[in-house]
Design a protein around this ligand. Structure first.
Ligand code: AN7
Length: 359
C-alpha cells in the first residue's frame, strides 16, 4: 500500500485497551499522537548531562491534553443516551467539552470562574456554542455545584471524576513508551486536580503489566506555589497563581495521586509564579515551543530538581506540556518585550531596525 492509513484518533488506535464496543459511535477530532520533542538548548544551558523530552499536548485539536479524556467521555455519554454534558473548569476542560459536544450534537454546560479564565479558552467555549455559566467563585466552588447538579439533572459530568476521562488520558503514556521504546526515568507533570498524573500512571502500569516495557518512571507532580495542596498536606481554600489552569485548591483525585506518588517512588514539589513564567519564556525563546503557563510548571520543576541533583545526571526525563501557549495570549504579551515602535513604511527605516537587531 503506497500510503499509510490515516490517523483517526486515539480511541480507534487503542480500541482494545479502552472500554468501547465494535459498534460504538466514536466522537473524535483526531486527538492524540502528539509530538515528543527532545530539547537541545535548555539542557546545554543547564550544563547538565540530562535527556529532556517534552510531550507537546498543546497540539491536540482544542489545544490541550483534555481532548484525550473528552473523546472517550463524550463517546460514552452519547452511547448511554445522554443529551447534555456539564463540567466545572479553569478553562481547558470547558474548551474540550464544548468542542466534543458540538461534534456529537449535544449540549455542553460549562461553569467557569468569573474573570479568571484565559481568553483563548473562553473564546473556544463560546465559539463552539457551549452554555457558559460564569460563577462568582473559583474552580473548587464550581466543581461542588457540578456534583450537586449531576445528582438529579439529566446531564453527564465530564470532569476527571468521570472515569472515562482518565481512561482516555492514559494513552499519552502509551505513546511515550512506544516512541522511546522504554520508560523514561522521570515523568514530570503539572498537577491541578491530579487527574492527569493518575491517568499517566495507569497507562505506564498497563504496558508494564502486559510486559510491553520492563520498568515504569518515577512520577513527579509540580504545583504552583499559591495553589499547592499536595505540598501543604491539606486543601487550600483561596488558591492563587498566574497559571490559572491549575488554580485549584481542592484536587478531585487527592487519594489517587498520593497512591501514584507512593507506588512510583516519586514526589510533589512547587514552583513560584516567577519560575513558571521563566520556564515558559525559556521554552519559547530557546526551543521554539509555546505552551501556556500551567504547562511550563513541569519544566520549571524539573529544572529545579536537576539543579539540586534530586533528578541526577544521566536521567531520561519526560515533561508534559499540557496546553498551548495561544490559550493565554494576555500572559504571553505581558511578559514579552514590546514590539519595535511603528516606523514609516520605507526601506531605510526597516533596514535600520534589521541592522540593529542582528544576532
Ligand atoms: C494546561 O480545565 O482542571 O491535574 O478545568 O488545563 O489533571 O487537573 C485544567 C487542568 C494542567 C492540571 N495543565 O491537570 C480544567 C482543569 C493545564 C490544565 C492541568 C490543567 P489535572
Amino acid at each position: 500500500m503506497p500510503f499509510r492509513t490515516r490517523y483517526t484518533g486515539l480511541i480507534d488506535k487503542y480500541r482494545d485497551r479502552l472500554p468501547v464496543h465494535d459498534d460504538t459511535r466514536i466522537i473524535s477530532l483526531g486527538e492524540g499522537n502528539t509530538p515528543l520533542v527532545r530539547l537541545h538548548n535548555i539542557p546545554r544551558m543547564l550544563g547538565k548531562d540530562v535527556d529532556i523530552y517534552i510531550k507537546y499536548e498543546g497540539l491536540n485539536p482544542t489545544g490541550s491534553f483534555k481532548d484525550r479524556g473528552m473523546t472517550l467521555a463524550v463517546t460514552k455519554a452519547v452511547e448511554e443516551g445522554s443529551k447534555a454534558i456539564i463540567c466545572a473548569s479553569t478553562g481547558n476542560t470547558s474548551a474540550a467539552a464544548a468542542a466534543y459536544a458540538a461534534r456529537a450534537g449535544i449540549t455542553a454546560f460549562v461553569l467557569i470562574p468569573d474573570g479568571k479564565i484565559a481568553l483563548g479558552k473562553l473564546a473556544q467555549a463560546m465559539m463552539h456554542g457551549a452554555v457558559v455559566i460564569q460563577i462568582k467563585g473559583n474552580f473548587d466552588a464550581g466543581m461542588q455545584l457540578v456534583k450537586e447538579v449531576g445528582e438529579d439533572a439529566p446531564v453527564t459530568i465530564v470532569n476527571s471524576i468521570n472515569p472515562f476521562r482518565i481512561q482516555g488520558q492514559k494513552t499519552a503514556a502509551f505513546e511515550i513508551l512506544e516512541e522511546l521504546g522504554s520508560a523514561p526515568d522521570f515523568h514530570c507533570i503539572p498537577v491541578g486536580n491530579a487527574g492527569n498524573i493518575t491517568a499517566h500512571w495507569m497507562g505506564y502500569t498497563e504496558y508494564h503489566e502486559h510486559g510491553i516495557v520492563n520498568s515504569r518512571p518515577r512520577m513527579v507532580g509540580y504545583q504552583a506555589a499559591g495553589s499547592a495542596p499536595f505540598m501543604r498536606g491539606k486543601m487550600v481554600d483561596e488558591p492563587e497563581t498566574v497559571a490559572t489552569a491549575i488554580r485549584i485548591g481542592h484536587p478531585q483525585s487527592w487519594d489517587k495521586a498520593w497512591k501514584v506518588q507512593k507506588e512510583s517512588n516519586g514526589w510533589f514539589d512547587e514552583c513560584t509564579d516567577e519560575t513558571i513564567l521563566a520556564a515558559q519564556k525559556l521554552l519559547a525563546e530557546e526551543e521554539g515551543i509555546f505552551c501556556e503557563p500551567a504547562s511550563a510548571t513541569s519544566l520549571a520543576g524539573a529544572m529545579q530538581d536537576i539543579e539540586t541533583g534530586k533528578i541526577p545526571e544521566g536521567s531520561k526525563i519526560v515533561c508534559t506540556l499540557t496546553g498551548h501557549g495561544l490559550k493565554d495570549p494576555d500572559t504571553a504579551i505581558r511578559q514579552s518585550a514590546a514590539p519595535v515602535k511603528a516606523v514609516e513604511a520605507t526601506l531605510e527605516q526597516v533596514k535600520a531596525i534589521i541592522l540593529d537587531n542582528l544576532k
